[in-house]
Write a protein that binds this ligand. Structure first.
Ligand SMILES: [Zn+2]
Length: 408
């Protein structure tokens, strides 16, 4: 009996080659599935703070005057020296795409429709530093190509470093970004301009509107708030009902049916996983009352727990993506050297989250590197633990990333 079935099986394989047919069918189905998701979802890259000033600026082709006015450090090159003491030489000058390291390719492979960062520096040659603030970030305008190198579409600007080099610095930041064809939101020459969203048309998928807000809890001086007569940032003084109304009104001025609405908020302190109740309530109300689809929160130097509320994504703290903190001790337990790329797929029809992939990198020699398996698992454990309290889980997505899970 055995030889008979074996011979029959062999003949079947020889004549019908079912394996080849099933591979073709599988390939076709996979392509259909990919085309479906590519056609129907909007793919967005989000990250937290991109601090290309100070030490990072010093290794780029056009470093600013290195003088800074910190109590501990008077020369921006000092931050390069600290990084070198920790991890060895940092090359300089580097090419404009150097800082992104492995992230450029990962992002190109993902092919997002939209790339959004929180730009946490002034771009200026101004020497008019904001007195008494202590830390002042600036990048030389001729280094703007480092942002273009990652093909950034939108910079949100309502944060605590935009006016570090005064109003001239703010004006130069806006004009430099504008000349490089990067859209901005959250700062402007007056309140009306600071409140304007950045609007992106995604071909065959619809529009994405990005509104940017700053809050005093993230260290933004109150006098930086834009007014009808004064340039500045789009500020929410408090996370309360009247701010919800304010945001809702601003969104309604610009919203068209089927627009995807992102609210980017710089809020809270730099360290710690705690999510204040006022932030989570505010995020929920933005979704319930103002029709926001994605809350893009940042200010913490490390990633925090993620929530999906009524199928809408809430990132409470996106963490740093580029910083010059390498070798600075004191908060090692938070691993601010791990920079996370948030790769979001959402349904443009109803704004529901379809997928969130988290792609971490390690900042080493002022450059983004793929993380080790140990670090990937460490981050999975952290975000999984923090997410449990918010109803989300994080699992490994081999070989190099993580995936968010949530209840449908
Ligand atoms: Zn900040």
């Amino acid at each position: 009996m055995n030889w008979y079935f074996t011979a029959f099986g062999f003949l079947c394989l020889f004549f019908f080659d079912p394996s080849q047919e099933s591979i073709d069918v599988f390939d076709r189905k996979l392509k259909m599935a990919r085309n479906y998701s590519t056609d129907k979802t909007v793919r967005i890259f989000l990250c937290g703070d991109v601090m290309t000033g100070r030490g990072i600026d010093q290794i780029l082709p056009h470093p600013s005057n290195p003088q800074i006015y910190e109590s501990y450090m008077k020369d921006a090159i000092g931050y390069v020296a600290i990084a070198e003491r920790a991890n060895g030489p940092v090359p300089a000058p580097v090419s404009y795409d150097y800082i992104w390291g492995d992230a450029s390719k990962v992002l190109d492979n993902y092919a997002p429709d939209l790339r959004i960062i929180n730009l946490e520096t002034s771009i200026t040659t101004s020497d008019d530093y904001w007195k008494g603030k202590g830390i002042n970030y600036r990048m030389h305008p001729q280094n703007i190509a480092c942002l273009s190198a990652l093909k950034i579409d939108i910079c949100v600007l309502a944060n605590n470093h935009l006016l570090d080099w005064g109003y001239q610095g703010l004006e130069e930041t806006l004009s430099t970004l504008n000349n490089a064809h990067l859209k901005t939101s959250g700062a402007g020459s007056n309140l009306f301009n600071a409140q304007k969203p950045a609007i992106m048309e995604v071909k065959n998928k619809g529009r994405v509107l990005v509104f940017s807000y700053g809050t005093p809890t993230s260290g933004i001086p109150l006098e930086w708030a834009a007014t009808d007569e004064r340039a500045g940032v789009n500020m929410l003084q408090k996370l309360n009902e009247s701010s919800i109304e304010k945001v809702k009104k601003q969104i309604e001025q610009y919203r068209q049916p089927s627009d995807v609405i992102i609210t980017s908020i710089h809020w809270g302190g730099n360290w710690g996983y705690d999510i204040p109740l006022e932030q989570s309530s505010f995020a929920h109300e933005l979704i319930d009352k103002a029709g926001v689809d994605i809350i893009h929160g940042h200010s913490s130097h490390h990633s925090k727990g993620i929530e999906v509320y009524k199928q809408k994504l809430i990132i409470y703290g996106a963490g740093d993506f580029i910083n010059d903190y390498e070798g600075i001790s004191g908060h090692e337990q938070y691993r601010d050297d791990l920079a996370v790329m948030y790769l979001v797929k959402i349904n443009p029809v109803d704004g529901r989250l379809v997928e969130l992939e988290l792609f971490p990198f390690e900042i080493r020699n002022f450059q983004l590197h793929k993380v080790s398996n140990i670090d990937l698992k460490w981050l999975r454990d952290q975000l999984d633990n923090q997410g449990r309290k918010l109803g989300t889980r994080v699992k490994l997505h081999p070989p190099n990333s993580l995936l968010l899970q949530w209840d449908l």
